[in-house]
Design a protein around this ligand. Structure first.
Ligand code: PMP
Length: 445
């Protein structure tokens, strides 16, 4: 009887060959940490809607969804048309454009807390700028963040994240206060004792889009209340949740208005891009005031070669206009709900302990432990999840799902787009059953 690894190696000979060269060129052979897969990652040639194909001709239902950037699926015809037209007009005009205005209008229409904004090239840049704006506006240095919440790989946002890193100066780390999520008394205690805090930032549906959950929306409302009370800014990192968990993001869905919002992924319609927006007064820390002394001492400067690049602008505007005018989010949500139900049914049928949960179109699966959560916000804490979803389990699930024709995000996530149909969802549920059988046969579950 062949193992998951045997099948994986046998199905992907060309990817194995490419990985041999890649290991000589890229650290760990990959270009993004989460693309690292043991025994080797796959090489994808092209994608369309919910599907993608690898160099060995295998077809996959894709749930990486461009690391969450694609709610319209791959190569949406309107995005293709918009980008193709823009390429012939210029990829960098080195000037202001009509396209950036259209893009900003589309964001403001969906997210009313965004009175003013600036464009950047990624989520990492968006949180970096949000921190700097908060510090400049309040005149304070420290930022409170929550354990395991991910805010990109900049020196500040990476502190206390699920991706620990070397190479961050101690002085920078000391400006970040890392708290456990969900304990408002602890947050208030810190804000009341330390008068040097500029902002509190969080992923509003939990670390890594819904892990290590907390009471939503209660905790978000409590955070809004205590930050306002102590004159501290509230930053929502809506890089993943923005334009996904509702057309206006988590802030619309849960009715909490942050002072600043970091955006990326969907905001740029599948191209590189990000934005930071919010209160006009705060974002205007970037504005020139015409007072050389003030500008030199207090202004936040903001260059950036690819800010508001016109390709991202047209892709982003096209995507957000579709979200505003069509039931894109509802469609992705309803397919995700069908997926969650299907995964839970398979676990029950096969008597494998575990469950699937998730908010909106962001679905997770946990093997080894069930809980009595409502299947949206899970009640298991991160330590319990990590203990049961050990690397051996996530690796096996990732490879077994690939063997069965499905690419999941990391080792336990499914990011659903509006192009996933009943057919792909049902195929995925079947693939999950096959994967569990293979894992059982390998003695992993
Ligand atoms: N914030 C969150 C919540 C994210 O998930 C990510 C990326 N996965 C980022 C920030 C960083 O975005 P980027 O990868 O575009 O730098």
């Amino acid at each position: 009887m062949s193992t998951i690894t045997d099948d994986y190696v046998q199905k992907h000979p060309t990817s194995l060959e490419y990985y041999g060269e890649a290991r000589e060129i890229f650290p760990a052979g990959v270009t993004h940490d989460t693309r690292y897969v043991t025994p080797f990652p796959l090489y994808i040639t092209h994608a369309s809607g919910p599907l993608k194909w690898d160099v060995d001709g295998n077809e996959y239902v894709d749930y990486v969804s461009g690391h969450g950037a694609l709610i319209l699926g791959h190569s949406h015809p309107d995005i293709q048309a918009a980008v193709t037209k823009q390429i012939s007009r210029g990829t960098h005009l080195g000037s202001n454009t009509e396209e950036e205005l259209r893009w900003a209008r589309a964001i403001k229409r969906l997210m009313p807390s965004v009175e003013k904004l600036r464009f950047l090239s990624s989520g990492t840049e968006a949180t970096l700028m949000a921190f700097r704006l908060a510090r400049a506006y309040t005149g304070k240095d420290k930022i409170v963040k929550f354990q395991d919440h991910f805010h990109g790989w900049n020196d500040y946002g990476i502190a206390g994240s699920v991706h620990p890193t070397a190479g961050v100066p101690r002085a920078v780390q000391d400006t970040m206060i890392i708290l456990p999520i969900g304990d408002i008394a602890q947050v208030e205690g810190v804000l009341s004792r330390d008068n040097d805090i500029a902002a509190v930032i969080l992923e509003p549906t939990g670390a890594h889009w819904g892990q290590q959950p907390f009471k939503i929306p209660e905790f978000l409302q409590e955070l809004r209340h205590v930050t306002s009370k102590y004159g501290v800014l509230l930053i929502f990192d809506e890089v993943v949740t923005g334009f996904r968990v509702s057309p206006g993001g988590a802030q619309e869905r849960f009715g909490v208005r942050p002072d600043l919002t970091a955006m990326a992924k969907i905001v740029a319609g599948g191209l590189p891009g990000g934005a930071v927006g919010g209160s006009g007064e705060i974002v205007d820390m970037i504005a020139f005031r015409g007072d050389p002394d003030w500008d030199r001492k207090h202004r936040v400067s903001h260059p950036g070669t690819f800010n508001a690049n016109p390709l991202s602008a047209v892709a982003g505007a096209t995507c957000l206009e579709l979200i505003a005018s069509q039931p894109i989010n509802q469609r992705a949500d309803s397919m995700a709900s069908r997926l969650k139900d299907g995964l839970n049914e398979v676990l029950g049928k096969m008597e494998v302990p575990g469950h699937s949960h998730g908010i909106s179109s962001l679905v997770h699966v946990t093997l080894g432990k069930d809980c009595d959560c409502d299947r949206e916000v899970c009640t298991m804490d991160h330590k319990q999840i990590k203990d049961t979803m050990r690397p051996a389990v996530t690796q096996a699930l990732k490879c077994a799902m690939l063997n069965a024709g499905v690419d999941i995000m990391g080792g336990r996530g499914f990011i659903v787009s509006a192009t996933h149909s009943e057919q792909e969802i049902d195929l995925t549920v079947g693939a999950f059953e096959e994967a569990l059988k293979a894992m059982r046969s390998d003695g992993i579950i």
